[in-house]
Write a protein that binds this ligand. Structure first.
Ligand SMILES: C[S@@+](CC[C@H](N)C(=O)[O-])C[C@H]1O[C@@H](n2cnc3c(N)ncnc32)[C@H](O)[C@@H]1O
Length: 490
């Protein structure tokens, strides 16, 4: 049977085309970020105002913002400090005008330093350097909106190549593991990934971020993490043999930091201030959509969320531990997208972000299957841990509450982690639907056996027949809706 996939937004009360990753959703490339429309549909149809939604694997945090916008209470956990900080930015953003002012103040205070770091002998600042096996091959400058290629003088080349080693003063030492799948090595240092110029600028920006209040300072740090990949030596050069007005040209374009720690032989070193400013402008623009909305009242504890006017509770840590703090029968909807086996080693990939902000990550308790042997993150351990987390998620659900799990894994062994749910007498599986990705920023699994879309699996707790029929009716119109399990052998 050919399965169609669910198009986001199609089933909302006012059908809308999928927005993909625009505005706030497009600001940060958090790994494995899913289109928010996928969750919006479930929140809108399965909960009422002030009911509590839980996500034990929060990720990018966009779900928390969606709950706030729809007046639902929200509890979110994630082991990745970056995830919690990003979510706090979305829930308690600075005012657009304040952020614009702060970025302009930062620029004024480091403008001279930027010229020292990137200035050329013609008085202009370089926007890009193209490096080829350690040799500078091209320099670009910005003229208005155009990029112009120039020949660097002998003096420029001498300055650039001899620029001194710089050791970061603000970032903590990174912790990498030998993992060939993501090109990581234990010995990798920040000075391998960045030029001294970029490291110096990253330091200046982190230092300056701390002079602002919490919300502004967090926004500046999140802009830095959103742009730091593009400041690195991991920006590969794309050569395209294309035609311009009939003549065949070899055009070189700027690629982007994609995934992992691959250091290409031919890469662009992009002016780090420009990278930061681009992301800052993106966030400033996105804040326009929420500038007039009240920020979230963040609860300091789980009881406070249930008994006060607070609307969100966020906790950085292991869900297996934190779920135990939630009272039984208190949550209307659990929406979750756990790490899918060995698909994305979240903490290893987020190390770059976490170390420049000096956030410590708890590698030991991460739910993941990793190719980094030293971590001992096997499929068996993954299955046991996920089973415990899912079983706790069922405990906290109210009767007739829904658990929706977004899942996709290459092998049957990974799917086995969902057995707890199959075997539980507390819950019934009502079906699933395929969920296609709407943008390239979700890391696709291109290995043999990798699926091209996720499934959203729907379970109802202690379902009364009438109530479950009511719930199922929302789903059975969805293209590709299956009342049986997806084919795990794919
Ligand atoms: C698939 S991602 C979630 C993506 C999210 N749905 C989104 O759209 O951005 C899974 C998340 O689980 C987190 N995680 C891994 N182990 C965890 C644990 N033991 N407790 C809490 N979170 C964990 C990872 O840091 C990652 O952010």
């Amino acid at each position: 049977m050919r399965q169609e996939t669910f198009k986001f937004g199609e089933f909302l009360e006012t059908p809308q085309p999928p927005k993909g990753y625009q505005g706030l959703s497009g600001f940060h490339k958090y790994w494995g970020k899913k289109p928010i429309e996928a969750w919006e549909f479930l929140i809108a149809h399965l909960t009422d105002k002030n009911e509590v939604v839980l996500d034990p694997f929060l990720g990018s945090g966009l779900i928390a913002r969606k709950c706030l916008d729809l007046n639902r209470k929200f509890i979110g956990f994630d082991i990745n400090p970056l995830s919690i900080e990003l979510t706090k930015l979305y829930l308690t953003p600075p005012k657009q005008s304040e952020l614009r002012k702060a970025i302009s103040e930062i620029y004024s205070s480091i403008r001279d330093e930027i010229s020292v770091l990137y200035g050329l002998s013609n008085g202009k600042n370089a926007s890009h350097y193209l490096w080829n096996k350690g040799e500078l091959s091209k320099v670009w400058i910005k003229e208005g909106r155009k990029r112009i290629e120039i020949d660097p003088t002998e003096r420029d080349i001498k300055n650039l190549v001899s620029s001194k080693y710089y050791d970061s003063k603000q970032s903590r030492q990174p912790i990498f593991f030998d993992n060939s799948r993501i090109n990581a090595k234990k010995s990798l240092k920040l000075s391998d990934l960045f030029s001294p110029r970029a490291l110096r600028l990253i330091d200046l920006l982190s230092e300056l971020s701390s002079q602002y209040d919490d919300n502004l300072s967090r926004a500046i740090r999140m802009i830095l993490t959103a742009s730091v990949g593009q400041m690195s030596k991991m920006v590969f050069a794309v050569s395209k043999r294309g035609k311009t007005k009939g003549a065949v040209t070899d055009k070189i374009e700027v690629g982007s930091w994609v995934i992992g720690y691959w250091l290409p032989a031919v890469y662009f070193e992009v002016n780090a201030w420009n990278c930061f400013e681009n992301k800052a402008n993106k966030l400033i623009k996105a804040l326009n959509d929420i500038d007039d909305l009240p920020p979230s009242q963040l609860a300091q504890s789980i009881p406070q969320l249930f008994h006060n006017d607070c609307n969100s509770f966020l906790q950085c840590g292991d869900s297996e531990k934190w779920l135990q703090e939630i009272p039984s029968q208190s949550i209307k909807l659990v929406l979750t997208d756990p790490p899918h086996g060995d698909r994305i080693p979240y903490l290893e990939l987020s190390e770059l972000w976490n170390c420049i902000c000096s956030y410590q990550a708890d590698y030991r308790n991460e739910l993941v299957v990793s190719n980094a042997k030293e971590r001992g993150k096997t499929v068996e351990k993954y299955n046991q841990k996920l089973a415990k987390i899912l079983s706790e998620s069922l405990r906290v659900l109210v009767d007739n509450g829904v658990l929706a799990v977004m899942f996709n894994a290459r092998s049957k062994a990974h799917w086995d982690s969902l057995h707890t749910l199959d075997e539980s007498k507390e819950v019934i599986y009502v079906g699933c639907y395929p969920m296609e990705y709407s943008a390239g920023s979700v890391v696709q699994d291109n290995r043999i056996g990798g699926l091209k879309h996720d499934y959203v699996l729907i379970y109802i707790k202690s379902a009364h027949k009438k109530a479950s029929q009511e719930i199922v009716k929302h789903f059975c119109e969805i293209p590709g809706w299956l009342s049986e399990y997806p084919n795990k052998e794919q």
